[in-house]
Design a protein around this ligand. Structure first.
Ligand SMILES: [Zn+2]
Length: 249
């Protein structure tokens, strides 16, 4: 395990490095994941809560579910992994954080160049005029479904639902970074959600070294130069120690 950390430091300190994250990093902050044995999709049906059709049918029900998740996320705190990643960006080592998460924990940890491939649960988008805004607190029940402050239309969480395409601007920025990347630190993702997951392989095919950190074996293991199977907080704690990075916990 120490060896994995040492190799990772050697690689990232001499490479154009990007970070790619998935739900595993947020799970360590106590945020429920979607897939897997304790995942939300074992208890809820995605087609009733996370599709444009579901929203058109019953915006209130969809909003109640999102308001509940917003509450959980606001009560959660960024982990050591989030904080060390932000510090690596401040040091000029990490050039961008490309995330599949919608919880905004990277920004709260201090990351600046965050590319959100699946949108943000903290943002709301008007279904009529397209106005978007950020919410800083859990919406109250009587406010749901949230309405646009400009035109009064019913508005939706600004996240990517099933059957929707990824935001074009985020995707093209992600492509740009992955095509320049000499190293990709992959954190907490099984690599099954497309097209996000294949971006890492694009970088790999162009010669980037993959550093793969995940709780269990995943798709990236066979491509990775460094594999660390364990909690990302542990890995980044060791990495910070080795690089002399101090973070307040
Ligand atoms: Zn509007």
């Amino acid at each position: 395990m120490e060896e994995a950390v040492k190799s990772a430091v050697d690689i990232i300190t001499r490479s154009y490095t990007v970070v790619f994250t998935g739900s595993g990093i947020s799970a360590e902050a106590g945020i429920p994941t979607f897939r897997g044995k304790d995942g939300l999709w074992n208890k809820y049906r995605p087609e009733e809560l996370a599709t444009p059709q579901a929203f058109n049918r019953d915006p209130l029900r969809v909003w109640e579910w999102y308001a509940w998740r917003i509450g959980i996320i606001l009560r959660a705190k960024p982990t050591v992994a989030h904080k060390v990643i932000a510090e690596l960006e401040r040091k000029g080592i990490v050039k961008a954080v490309i995330t599949q998460n919608v919880d905004g924990l990277h920004q709260r940890a201090g990351s600046r160049n965050v590319i959100e491939l699946h949108g943000s649960i903290m943002r709301v988008r008007c279904t009529s005029c397209g106005h978007t805004w950020v919410i800083g607190r859990e919406p109250k029940k009587e406010e749901l479904p949230l309405r646009c402050p400009r035109c009064g239309s019913v508005s939706r969480p600004d996240v990517v639902w099933f059957g929707e395409s990824l935001p074009r601007e985020a995707l093209s920025r992600a492509y740009e970074h992955f095509s320049k990347a000499e190293a990709v630190i992959v954190v907490g993702t099984s690599g099954v959600v497309e097209p996000a997951a294949s971006l890492v392989l694009l970088a790999y095919e162009r010669g980037a070294k993959i550093i793969n950190i995940n709780l269990e074996a995943n798709r990236y293991m066979e491509y990775a130069t460094v594999n660390y199977i364990g909690p990302s907080s542990k890995f980044f704690c060791l990495l910070a120690e080795r690089m002399g990075i101090s973070i307040d916990e």
